[in-house]
Design a protein around this ligand. Sequence first.
Ligand code: ISL
Ligand code: CA
Length: 574
Amino acid sequence: EGEAEWWRSAVIYQVYPRSFADANGDGIGDLQGITQRLDHLKDLGVDALWLSPFYKSPQADAGYDVADYRQIDPIFGDLDDFEAMAAKARTLGLRVIVDLVPNHTSDDHVWFREALAAGPGSPARDRYMFRDGRGENGELPPNNWKSIFGGPAWTRVDQRWDADKDGISDTQWYLHMFDTRQPDLNWDNQEVKEDFHDILRFWLDRGVDGFRIDVAHGMVKAPGLPDWDGVTNMVEGSTTDGATQIKTDGTPDEDGSNGGGNSGPMFDQDGVHEIYRSWRRVLNQYDGDRALVAEAWVEPLSRLALYVRDDEMQQAFNFSYLTTKWDAAALRTVINASIRENDKVGAPTTWVLSNHDVVRHASRMGLVGGELNPNGIGPNDPQPDAALGLRRARAATLLMLALPGSAYLYQGEEFGLPDHTTLEPQYRQDPAWERKGHTEAGRDGCRVPLPWEADAPAYGFSPTGQSWLPQPDTYRACAADVQKAAPDSTYAMYNKALTLRKKFGIGLGSLAWLSEFVHTGEVLAFENNGVICIANIGGDAVELPEGTEILISSAPMHSALTIERDTCVWIRRR
Ligand code: ISL
Ligand code: CA
């Protein structure tokens, strides 16, 4: 049932379960908490929610280390809680997308335990990427790959486990592109392939509308696992030529590349598409138009578009847009490239500004010089200008929501939530913080529990006033109750924009650039289904003709017809 191809224009809201709402008072968000607050998503006006992992996990990487893909971690609840949440979402007309993590499992997964116990050469080891080392006694890792979180991508069994204590002792190495506790699966292994078909069915049978595929550009590795001298890093990504030149100034090339892609023999291998074709065949056996969305840090956009062919996934996150700076020419380039490349393959464009891996756009956009600084802001880093950040974030959001295609929102951005940029080191939990030797603040700042009520302990996140990460004082003004009571709030803007977006069918429309209204290079103007979006990125004020109908503005308009810089408005012709 449901509209066919609903995903083409859907606004999808990312719920980060541990930080959304805590029902049982242990200070960690849970499924019952989500159920209790689902009305908020309905009121806001989104079409679907995507939940970050809630599966059984030792939480070494906040649940992106899955120990059992068919069970709920007790900190989040149980399968009944999931069913209740999904049932309520269905009643409210919200679709539910779950997160699937196929590149790696937790080292607590029964397969990895078996692999360790069974030893070298065993079928159990073949489910993962175990290799003998190099050097005379295998004392060197099988190749020079680095983990995305920093440090080597290989760990030697006997350097981690103890023969006497653990009964495990051999000198093979296993690959982990992320944390040591996240061993990479071997996607040439038949059992691995079959089990993931089963996992898909397990959740499809429970009525989920789709899957967000974690590290969708990973999984398949180049044959022979050749050395690679490029950079493997969070967001800085890597260069194909093996050089270490990193481009993070947010100015895309004509093809939309921002230097934010991962490449090399461990990413974006052609063989990965065969897996997705087989997954799509599984999804197609179900009614209701179930969808797959790729989390793939792939550039250029023409390469990313390969993931969204007719017989593969329906969507891929457009990280090139996220990594583009607040600059009219840069934004125009990336918008054009995104639409062009997706049109070629008949896929919808997707737009996203924030998620649980990057600094929230309300903070990012307030950094002096507009640095993207995706790797977290710490107390010792230059602090963002909060007012400027919020102003630009609101404009950037309104611009995003005027674009055709599907848009992703990250929980809390509808309240104008900034990052926690002064989080003290003792609270940090992101494994990348540890692995990178504390050189970067990591991703905890964007994962802080949501404020619901300004005057309640933990701002209403938890009935006991606990919160797994401390919330900064700045969250008070962002609390849902404050936001919902104020007509000019960020929440009010999101709410109204989502209503207008539906009313005018913006998601299914198409973009036509306008030269009208554009008197300096720092203004973007386009029409989509009768709505004209004008974003004054950094230019002189734009004067609108007498009698213009203003549908919505990202900032208060001092004169009814003047668009100041860092402001986006939607208007209609009379
Ligand atoms: O670094 C990146 C973006 O910040 C990308 O290069 C990388 O692909 C990304 O970190 C992958 O993220 C996903 O998988 C990770 C997990 O820690 C993240 O939270 C998740 O979104 C490992 O499962
Ligand atoms: Ca809880």
